[in-house]
Design a protein around this ligand. Structure first.
Ligand SMILES: [Cu+2]
Length: 499
């Protein structure tokens, strides 16, 4: 079966990961742990009494000066065992001084003097309570981090406009940073296996945007992401212990527009389907040509970008020609550790290859709330609104509410609800009709997906998950002849997550 083939695609990744672990010099290698950001010193530490003391482990890199006395940590048995002195559980009390024994591996933000947990795709922010997933090493002055999530999906979209497909999607990410004087230099590369699924992507009712062949728009399908999703560098200069200025450039990269991209925000990272609001909120996460400059003052960030307005074309393996013909600005505020808020606006020059005469203005606002609770549980929710103003054309609103709860790092429940004003769903049919001159008809559609995942650890920092989701829709009656009166879609998937 094709699904079996999809699973076999996981193996090279597992192998590459295992070899990377082998190749690492022992004393440089530091096993990772998913820790949430340092807690505020005012906050209570997690209860310690329940945690049995772990035996000391000579191989741990912790034998330098300071034991990890307040390093509460890692929820996997292996990492707990390797870090004696660390306490299992959530990471309250994990303060900046925490890794004194191995400061080298503590990664600060690329863009400012705060814990790296806050940073997501491009220059976007998430709450400080975001779990820091990835594996770290240090090589000389460089700190490295890797992260990966690969889904093998069987997709069924219901109704006359639906379809079936098995595909592999996801991302593999590597980051490197070093301190240079008062600044931080960072590089990031993110790759996607999506192009191997074919240029026409996968069936996804109500999804629109981009093209598979340069002639017809993708409708009721999600386009594949490009092989190179991000190849970016940044430099930030510290102005004070809590403020900095930064520049970021990517080919491709992500401009300062919208919330963190769906595969990078905690509330959406485990959901294997793209949101239908993607082109209202975060579709610019792969932009060929981005330059951003910003200022960080404590928990505030203000930034502006110049970038290429055109979305990626159907050739998903290449790096496209950069331009700086569009611009955006974003204001982000993290008022408390658990919350990140942003508003942003941008002007996109000729984003759609198939409607080059149309420019777009976009406004977005979003809130992400991430709350660890109990010993090993996490809840994360994002609400976002995006408005597309096509010139010439319609003004279209999209809303998204998505939420994930992860229990004991093993059981994930997720949901995503969306409401979008669409004018492209019948575009193929209208294109064949005589020109009417008026604006395209707008249909407001609604979609809800609910699903879950069960994870099994298969190696250190590598877990295999099996999951499924079901989607239902609320459609205006004018669309029912096309979509059926009550379509139902589902996906079943296996995923490998490096964390
Ligand atoms: Cu995308």
């Amino acid at each position: 079966m094709r699904l079996v083939f999809a699973v076999s695609c996981f193996l090279p990744l597992t192998f590459a990961y295992a070899s990377a672990q082998e190749a690492m010099p022992k004393d440089m290698h530091h096993d990772h742990h998913e820790h949430a950001a340092p807690a505020s010193p005012k906050k209570e530490s997690a209860p310690e009494s329940k945690q049995p003391k772990k035996p000391a482990d000579e191989k741990s890199g912790d034998k330098k000066t300071t034991p990890h006395s307040n390093h509460i940590h890692g929820r996997t048995k292996s990492s707990t065992a390797k870090h004696q002195g660390h306490k299992a559980g959530m990471h309250e009390g994990h303060r900046e001084a925490m890794h004194q024994g191995h400061m080298a591996h503590e990664m600060k933000g690329f863009l400012g003097p705060y814990p790296m947990n806050r940073e997501a795709s491009g220059t976007s922010w998430l709450p400080d309570t975001t779990p820091h997933e990835g594996i770290h090493q240090t090589y000389g002055d460089w700190m490295l981090m890797e992260h990966a999530l690969i889904n093998g999906v069987y997709d069924h979209q219901g109704g006359p406009r639906g379809g079936d497909k098995a595909f592999v999607g996801g991302m593999v990410m590597g980051m490197a940073e070093r301190i240079v004087g008062d600044g931080t230099l960072g590089f990031r590369a993110m790759l996607s296996p999506d192009p191997f699924m074919g240029a026409n992507g996968y069936p996804l009712l109500l999804a629109t945007g981009e093209t598979a062949d340069g002639r017809t728009p993708l409708i009721d399908r999600q386009h594949p992401h490009d092989l190179f999703m991000e190849l970016a560098g940044s430099y930030s200069h510290k102005l004070s212990p809590t403020s900095s200025v930064f520049v970021y450039a990517g080919l491709p990269g992500e401009p300062a527009l919208g919330p963190a991209a769906f595969m990078h925000r905690t509330s959406g990272v485990d959901i294997p389907e793209a949101p239908i609001t993607h082109h209202w909120l975060d579709s610019t996460h792969i932009t060929f040509g981005v330059v951003t400059a910003g200022l960080i003052l404590d928990n505030w960030k203000i930034e502006a970008s110049a970038f290429r307005g055109r979305e990626p074309d159907q050739h998903r393996f290449d790096v496209e020609e950069p331009k700086l013909d569009s611009y955006s600005a974003r204001l982000t505020w993290n008022p408390i550790r658990e919350l990140s808020l942003q508003v942003s606006a941008g002007h996109l020059h000729s984003p759609e290859q198939l409607s080059p005469e149309v420019n777009e203005d976009r406004i977005t606002a979003s809130a992400t709330y991430t709350q660890p609770f109990g010993q090993n549980n996490l809840w994360s929710t994002t609400f976002a609104w995006g408005r597309k103003m096509n010139h010439p054309g319609n003004t279209l609103d999209g809303f998204l509410l998505e939420s994930e709860v992860i229990f004991n790092r093993t059981y994930t429940l997720f949901m995503r609800a969306e409401r979008v004003a669409e004018d492209e769903l019948l575009e193929n049919m209208i294109a064949g009709m005589p020109e009417t001159g008026g604006p395209l008809p707008v249909f407001t559609v609604n979609k809800v997906s609910i699903g879950g995942i069960y994870d099994v650890p298969v190696a250190d920092h590598l877990k295999l998950g099996i999951g499924g989701l079901v989607s239902k829709y609320a459609l205006p009656s004018a669309l029912k002849p096309f979509y059926g009166s009550d379509p139902t879609s589902f996906m079943v998937f296996l995923r490998l997550k490096l964390s």
